[in-house]
Design a protein. Sequence first.
Length: 322
Amino acid sequence: MTAEGKPIVIGVDLGGSHVSAAAVDQKGTLLQFSERDIDNNKSADEILSGDIVPVIQETLEKISGVHAIVKGIGMGIPGRTDGERGVCIFAPNLKWREVQVREPLESLLHVPVFIINDVRAMTVGEKCFGNGRGFNDFICMALGTGIGGGVVANGKLVLGAIEGAGEIGHITVEPEGPLCGCGNKGCMEAFSSGPGVARRAMEALKRGASSILRDAPEITSKKVFEAAREGDALALEIWRETGIYLGRGLASIITVLNPRRILMAGRVSRAIEFFLPALKEELTSRARMVPPDFTEIVTARFGKDAGMIGTAAFAFEKLELV
């Protein structure tokens, strides 16, 4: 194929209050992107036609001078998806249930559209272009407002019977622990997500713990991270506990799936230096069926662009162009 006809795809990353779209080539290079905030109180149809389509069109306008052919669109959605039907089954932050996504987008944009859960998309991006490249068996975790995941086994993304494989955050790590958003008690997400970290810090402060966090107007995982960087004892302990809870959940994953790598992404993963030692110690004591340190734990390659690059990689795979 000549340079004038090089294939590109548009990778769309849809969040609960924001959407971004990027033009990405077959090497995983982000060429141009556009973004905008969205109002999740609007209907799904309004968001699809009034926000998502315009941000894609803006991106297409930005690459109008690039001699390339847009082959398709990949779209990551923060919830359960049915890729075969092109339907978002449930996305709580968007208040979507059984929303047809593919058909309206294809009718407006005239290219194939492929949808997938956002963290599963991130996993494909790491497999094709990132720190999962060259590894047939690895896990990708996104530590943020929640904890999402994706599983690659024998070189392929594992979706499961209803595209639900990879919900790592909902492994139980403390049976009588706090209620999780999924309805279960004691999920890893309830302890080690951003809100989980903040909640444990606030509870410690209410018990009378001494910390520079007392001066913070609001306790967030970012504030706990910043306090740890200043050597605050409480913050360091909160991150140590975070590593323990992550280790408990990942011990089960490692025992069942035997991955070679675990990639950590998302805002909370910025604190990896503070929680990794406790995480590894917990793995050593619990994951007894694999050699110690067999599974590498590293950060993912892509940061804020992970969703767009991941959905683009997913579209390239579906189009059999990578």
